[in-house]
Design a protein around this ligand. Structure first.
Ligand code: SF4
Ligand code: SF4
Length: 63
């Protein structure tokens, strides 16, 4: 499973990209996107998804 970013809500602040332990978040077009092949939902590393925790616009949710 993986998380996904709602591009219509993302303000491209870059906060999530810096926090992802798997480098799963990259710019794609005009917004950030999560690579589902790299996203582990932060399992084994953090108790909560770090991207969700830092996103100021609640743009990230379960895919
Ligand atoms: S849930 Fe964790 S591993 Fe997945 S994109 Fe967010 S920060 Fe990266
Ligand atoms: S933290 Fe939220 S608003 Fe900022 S780049 Fe990531 S998805 Fe977009």
């Amino acid at each position: 499973m993986a998380y996904k970013i709602d591009a219509s809500e993302c303000t491209v602040c870059g906060g999530c990209e810096a926090e992802c332990p798997n480098s799963a978040i990259r710019m794609k077009g005009d917004a950030y996107a999560i690579n589902p092949d790299k996203c582990t939902e932060c399992g084994g590393k953090f108790d909560e998804p770090q991207c969700v925790a830092v996103c100021p616009t609640d743009s990230i949710s379960k895919a």
